[in-house]
Design a binder for this molecule. Structure first.
Ligand code: HEC
Length: 135
């Protein structure tokens, strides 16, 4: 069956190395980004199937007091995307659709990739109207 073949290819290409990582010490956020997230997210514009990661994470840094709080919010969102909790301007979901849940990753993998994607943030990027409470 064609879909089944494609599924096994995906497993061979992506999930198996991630699963193997579990046995090792800490998951590698950069590798998870390359293997999983970069299927939809570029780092910088132009976008693919999702907002560029440097833009998406800049909103989290603007809306949270600490990088740790921003990372926790990213983990919560990517586990269970919900438009009411989106940190992005509304036009992002209107344009790209809601992100599919990444709950297939472990909590440790999600924490590692959230910390990594925050290092990509373009802190000069601002919402056109400015985020709530921003100067
Ligand atoms: C199948 C495509 C796809 C994959 C894979 C994907 N994303 Fe997304 N992501 C999207 C889309 C579409 C949006 C914009 C809509 C939204 O925010 O829900 C988005 C939005 C986001 C946002 C902003 C969320 C918000 O609205 O506040 C973050 C952060 C994010 N992605 C991180 C990740 C990380 C980290 C990974 C890898 C673990 C990942 N994404 C994998 C499609 C994807």
């Amino acid at each position: 069956m064609r879909t089944r073949g494609a599924f096994f290819l995906l497993v061979a290409a992506g999930v198996a190395p991630l699963a193997a990582q579990d046995a090792a010490a800490a998951p590698d956020g950069a590798q998870i980004f390359q293997t999983v997230c970069s299927a939809c997210h570029t780092v910088n514009p132009p976008p693919k199937a999702a907002p560029p990661m440097s833009h998406a994470t800049s909103f989290y840094l603007q809306q949270h007091q600490t990088p740790e709080a921003a990372a926790a919010a990213i983990v919560a969102y990517v586990k269970q995307p919900d438009s009411t909790r989106s940190a992005l301007p509304a036009h992002a979901i209107a344009r790209f659709g809601l992100m599919p849940s990444q709950a297939h990753l472990t909590d440790a993998q999600l924490a590692a990739v959230a910390s990594y994607v925050l290092t990509l943030a373009d802190t000069t990027h601002r919402m056109p109207m400015g985020p709530p409470g921003a100067p």
